[in-house]
Design a protein around this ligand. Sequence first.
Ligand SMILES: Nc1nc2c(c(=O)[nH]1)N[C@H]1C(S)=C(S)[C@@H](COP(=O)(O)O)O[C@H]1N2
Ligand SMILES: [Mo]
Length: 565
Amino acid sequence: MARARRQDRIPAPPAWVAGIAAVVLGIGLGELAAAIVAPPSSPVAAVGSALIDVAPPWAKDTAIALFGTGDKIALLTGIAILLLVLAALAGWLQVRFPPWGVVLVAAFGAGGAIVAATRPGAGALAWLPAVVAGAAGALTLHLLARLLRRTAPAHLGAPAPVAAESDPRERTDDATRRPVASEPGVSPDVSADADPREGMDADPRERMDAPSRRTFFAWAGAATAVGVIAVAVGTLRTTASTGVAAARRALRLPPPATTASPVPAGAELDLPGLADVVTPNDGFYRIDTALIVPEIDPAVWRLRIHGMVAHEVELTWDELTALPLQESWTTLACVSNEVGGSLIGNALWLGYPVRELLARAQPSADADMVLSRSIDGFTASTPLEALTDGRDAILAVGMNGQPLPLEHGFPVRMVVPGLYGYVSATKWVTDLEVTRFDRARAYWTDRGWSERGPIKLESRIDVPRRAQGLKAGEVMIAGVAWQQHVGIRSVQVRIDEGEWQDATLATAISDDTWVQWSLPWQAEKGDHVIQCRATSKTGETQTEVTAPPAPDGATGWHWRTVSVF
Ligand SMILES: Nc1nc2c(c(=O)[nH]1)N[C@H]1C(S)=C(S)[C@@H](COP(=O)(O)O)O[C@H]1N2
Ligand SMILES: [Mo]
């Protein structure tokens, strides 16, 4: 019969609590350290960002499909849950098999330090917060687990056989609850260490000396509270310390040298439920790999144009905004957008044509691609031709009359009409490398997506909404259609797979934007299927063949079922 070791008598839940309390405290102190280190370098964020980069493409695609623009909150929640589970495991390990819990926590700190130090844009001290987190977590776990082990009664129920094969580790552990030996009137040789029948006799003085479970929970609770407060303070400090948001608010963009024509009358049908023809900035979809939005002070922003060029070009914010800027309307779309999806938006951009800067740099004749890179290491491969063929491919600084919002690329991003965002719309852009498709690969190309991403012809039904209760009678069917840089010629709608009927196109802002369409319908009682399809200005009609977003954009007809009462 195996004699239970003392630590085996501690139930698992308090051991989990010890691990979670220690890890929360460690992470809290780490976040606090991260706020002090410049640039701020949260180890949790660094590991999260690294996870995003190493995640298999299917995982990311699923995350975007499931959570859409909430994918980052979902990831952070997932990381938090994973950390709590690992913390609980570390607690259990440390109580049952010391020092493996402490080893696990320390290893995570070391791993976090390596990841944080090797992220793009990491500062010289980026490793420090993770080391602080790991060290504080490991030490706290050591102390809490020791306290918890001491709460276990040395004796439990029926006498156990003599521990001839006593685990030496256990003696070391027991040595930690030895103050009993130094008490006045107590002979040292009755200490647990010296007792050959340890585990058989309950020493009453030892019972008195052993801390209660309540004491343990009090310490664990205190550690957790300190950790939570430290996370909050650290996060607030990080947000306040960079001041980039404040710099953005104070910024005044120069007026455009070339203005775009205003939204033409008749472009906005203004139907409830129909997407606005101009998407407000705070309603604009956001897709990127940046767990923490990069914060770049315009005063330190630089753009470098290099690679296969005759002259390298470097540009500061002041130099860029002193150039004659132009306004242009462009509808941005994400390749991950499902048929009928909402990862698309239209804005008025203010910027400077990339072709003008390329003209200064003089790309070599055999270059065919520009790899744009953001401060956080994301890259996009844009065909050189799309940047030089005269379309409104710009380095944008303004969006709908405002400086770019931080999450949309402040201070400078690329916008190229006609190409999906992943191959053109690099936010927080700092580097343009003129190169060739057979020499360099972009972020998503490495993850199985197509190296070129022209936007596909698509149309979407916005109203009537899916679950909308419809009364029989006239109902307006309306939506949007797009194929940027080609333009939409017509949209057709059919009900219950009947004849295709021509919808009325609203006035398009330009061929680089989406266009609204509408069709009145005499709805009769019952369930109906509404479908739409667009035809482009080149005469191509939207294909019925369904394709998933990967590797180069979804296709198929959008359809919607409605019930009419
Ligand atoms: N730096 C950076 N830029 C990026 C991305 C990114 O992950 N990082 N994602 C691209 C993708 S996939 C899209 S669809 C657009 C989305 O731009 P938005 O978030 O402003 O709508 O940004 C592009 N630019
Ligand atoms: Mo995208």
